[in-house]
Design a protein around this ligand. Structure first.
Ligand code: NI
Length: 135
């Protein structure tokens, strides 16, 4: 029987939503405040959901300690207290919207999990604005 388990994590990061192919006017029109030239920050809340069979020997779907360590290495160590546009390779040429951040995070975590697991991430940019990606 498949069970879903979740680990929550947190990171702070700055970003600017800006499409270099567009004029300043168009960027302002589309992205508004999120296009602020000097960047702005968010307190990102991340939920990582892993679904799989309960292991008969451990009673676990996945060791949440392992999941915590993977999230720390792949997400927190890379993105916490960073300017996503300036400090990270991932978003040098990718607009750091919550949508794109969730896809980047999902790909990183997916590569660290066995194929037998189903993976879904939910990323809260604010308590009211959040996105979900499951591959
Ligand atoms: Ni923003």
């Amino acid at each position: 029987m498949a069970v879903s388990v979740c680990r929550r994590a947190h990171f702070n990061a700055a970003h600017r939503l800006y499409n270099p192919k567009w004029t300043d006017e168009k960027n302002q029109e589309v992205f508004g405040k999120c296009n602020n030239y000097n960047y702005h920050g968010h307190n990102y809340e991340l939920e990582v959901w892993v679904t799989g069979e309960v292991d008969e020997e451990t009673g676990y779907v996945i060791d949440l300690g392992y999941l915590r360590d993977v999230i720390k290495t792949e997400v927190e160590d890379r993105f916490d207290h960073k300017n996503l546009n300036l400090d990270t390779e991932e978003f040098k040429n990718l607009i750091p919207t919550a949508e794109n951040i969730s896809i980047v995070i999902w790909n990183k975590l997916r590569s660290r999990l066995e194929n037998k697991f189903e993976l879904k991430v939910r990323l809260y940019e604010t308590p009211r604005n959040f996105v979900e990606y499951g591959g």
